[in-house]
Design a protein around this ligand. Structure first.
Ligand SMILES: O=C(O)[C@@H](CO)OP(=O)(O)O
Length: 242
């Protein structure tokens, strides 16, 4: 059996301020740091150990991961960072207030932008500083890899090559892996792992700073999935039509 821990970063400053974030690099709040420490306590209480870690190139995921590894006395583990694990690029919505955007465009439109399978947000001009695309960390990306605004489908399509080429080989070697990433890059991975139907994926929500554990068979098909609570209690994770 293979074991994989997915963790969405703890609360960020823009989660707290209810702003569309995407590729904007924002810090964790004190509450987000506390969530990260609680996630480590949950892993410790449930007797987890880890061999390798993967994260995005966004500070909120990296700091969450380092906090977890620090609490577990595992800061020495190999950590692999890749832009493909980044949050979905939120296009021209980045930096806007979610509530005000809903007042302007309607709740239904905003729900589609936020949770639908294949409706992308309005595109952003790559020259707009809000796009974050001129950041040095993205200098190696080809023009075709620079998103102007991604749907969940687009996000999943760019996460999957990294999953297949980097995370799967580590799991196959028997490594116990943790992936620290984001609400939507993780929703994409969950959709892939569990074959979640397109019309069910809008209901999948991954809370900040709570480990989501997958137990996978030798072919990497999920046997069990559960959220770990502080104290080590497991809550089955179920994705279904409401
Ligand atoms: O703003 C974002 O980048 C994401 C994650 O916080 O928000 P949403 O819940 O709208 O996908």
């Amino acid at each position: 059996m293979h074991r994989l821990v997915l963790i969405r970063h703890g609360q960020s400053d823009w989660n707290r301020r209810n702003l569309f974030t995407g590729w904007t690099d924002v810090p964790l709040t004190e509450a987000g740091l506390a969530e990260s420490r609680s996630a480590a306590a949950a892993l410790k209480a449930a007797g987890f150990d880890l061999d390798v870690a993967f994260t995005s190139v966004l500070t909120r995921a990296i700091v969450t991961l380092h906090t977890v590894l620090g609490e577990l006395d595992r800061l020495w583990l190999p950590v692999h960072k890749h832009w493909r694990l980044n949050e979905r690029h939120y296009g021209a919505l980045q930096g806007l207030d979610k509530h005000r955007t809903a007042e302007r465009h309607g709740d239904a439109m905003v729900a589609l932008w936020r949770r639908s399978w294949d409706v992308p947000p309005p595109p952003i001009d790559p020259a707009d500083p809000r796009s974050a695309l001129d950041d040095r960390r993205y200098a190696g990306l080809a023009a075709s890899q620079r998103p102007r605004g991604e749907s969940l489908k687009d996000t999943m399509e760019r996460v999957l090559p990294y999953w297949t080429e980097s995370i799967v080989p580590a799991l196959r070697l028997g490594a116990r892996a943790i992936v620290a990433a984001h609400g939507n890059s993780l929703r994409g991975l969950v959709k892939h792992l569990d074959g979640v139907p397109d019309d069910v994926i809008p209901q999948v929500e991954i809370p900040t700073g709570r480990p989501l554990v997958y137990e996978l068979d030798t072919g990497l098909a999920p046997l069990r999935r559960y959220f770990l609570h502080p104290g080590g209690a497991a809550e089955p994770a179920e994705w279904r039509r409401e």
